[in-house]
Design a protein around this ligand. Structure first.
Ligand SMILES: Nc1ncnc2c1ncn2[C@@H]1O[C@H](COP(=O)(O)OP(=O)(O)OP(=O)(O)O)[C@@H](O)[C@H]1O
Ligand SMILES: [Mg+2]
Length: 357
């Protein structure tokens, strides 16, 4: 488990509050520790600041939400093509939301387990108690008693937790192929565990495997709660063709199940000096204009460094280098999702959030 801290300029950006450094420190209600040169902020500080700003009593608000027991907003990252940046986006958005003071559960639904290693900051094999595949295969409709113990804390204070994966997750895909109502399993997992999930998390982020796997399909169906999946693309020809196949995938889900799931497209690895990239950007804007997220994530070397298997101490870019252009783009994507998925703190209205963003 890691503790995270960041400097004032980062805290101001992450708070989403239009305040001076002095005002932020007042809202946080904490003095700079003696002997420390500059104030360092934590996710807990930013959460406290938002409650103070809204004048809402936090303990009471958090207790009320538990009674409400709704599934927290679920952001499902998907793309049929591999290597486009699903994992980089999922983990950095999850980590970014956590740094902002939202309590996030990251679910690694890919047997490659790259989100697990990126979030935990190690490429060593970890012992995985139960991965999401275990839960998707269960037929019961009661809360899963083994879920709390399967969750690994990543950031202290409950801000980022992980339901990790490992290679045995691929067996779940194989078993789901012949399972009854396999496409409903992820949704059912969320529904039956909603009391636990809503008591602990403000948002859930899911990283999926490339291709069209039963587990990926189940999470796509579960995305009907938000009416969309987050689709990461590179502005290259292959990806645009893969988008068409994903689109027909979604149409098929609708015709078979009546679940309406659209896509929100996030363009990644943008590099303005390459002509084919510029040409493909034109195609994306013409064919998918309305579905594009406003933020374009640039090609940035920091993303490659964070995934380097030789780098044992790798961390999500937003955490390692929060002032970099790559991290700023990820924070912007995360902020847009706060609004479009309705991610909030218990007891704080969306209007207050919108004001803050
Ligand atoms: N914006 C970026 N700039 C530079 N490199 C990037 C960027 N985004 C991702 N990468 C790099 O591209 C590679 C693939 O990224 P990532 O693993 O996130 O993709 P993925 O879609 O999850 O892959 P898979 O389909 O295997 O799950 C990694 O080496 C990553 O560091
Ligand atoms: Mg991946």
């Amino acid at each position: 488990m890691r503790s995270i801290e960041f400097k004032t300029s980062v805290a101001l950006e992450l708070s989403g509050l239009d305040v001076t450094p002095k005002k932020l420190q007042d809202l946080v209600g904490r003095e700079k520790p003696k002997g420390q040169h500059h104030m360092r902020y934590t996710p807990e500080d930013l959460r406290a600041a938002r409650y103070h700003m809204a004048g809402v009593e936090r303990a009471e608000a958090e207790a009320n939400l538990f009674a409400a027991g709704k599934i927290p907003p679920v952001i499902v990252f998907r793309m049929t093509k591999g290597g486009v940046g699903k994992t980089s986006s999922a983990v950095n958005v999850a980590s970014g939301l956590a740094m902002m003071g939202f309590r996030v559960l990251l679910i690694d639904a890919d047997p490659q387990a790259s989100a697990s290693s990126l979030a935990m900051g190690t490429s060593d094999d970890q012992i995985v108690e139960h991965h999401i595949g275990h839960f998707l295969l269960k037929k019961t409709d009661t809360p899963d008693p083994e879920l709390p113990a399967a969750i690994v804390p990543v950031y202290e204070g409950g801000f980022l937790d992980l339901l990790p994966s490992d290679i045995t997750m691929s067996e779940a895909d194989a078993s789901l192929v012949t399972a009854v109502a396999a496409h409903e399993r992820a949704h059912r997992f969320f529904v039956k565990n909603k009391d636990f999930l809503s008591s602990r998390y403000d948002a859930i982020v899911v990283d999926t495997a490339p291709g069209t796997t039963p587990v990926g399909l189940a999470f796509t169906y579960a995305a009907k709660e938000a009416s969309k999946i987050a689709v990461v693309v590179e502005p290259v020809g292959d990806c645009i063709r893969a988008l068409e196949s994903l689109q027909s995938n979604l149409r098929e889900i609708k015709s078979v199940t009546d679940a309406v799931v659209d896509m929100e497209i996030i363009i990644n690895k943008y590099h303005p000096s390459l002509k084919h990239v510029r040409d493909n950007m034109g195609v994306l804007y013409t064919s998918y204009g309305k579905k594009l997220n406003d933020t374009i994530i640039p090609q940035f070397s920091g993303f490659a460094r964070q995934m380097d298997p030789a780098n044992k101490d790798s961390k999500p870019l937003v955490e390692a280098d929060p002032s970099s252009v790559g991290a700023k783009a990820m924070f912007d994507v995360a902020k847009s999702m706060i609004l479009s998925y309705g991610i909030t703190h218990p007891g704080l209205s969306m209007a207050a959030q919108r004001e803050a963003a």
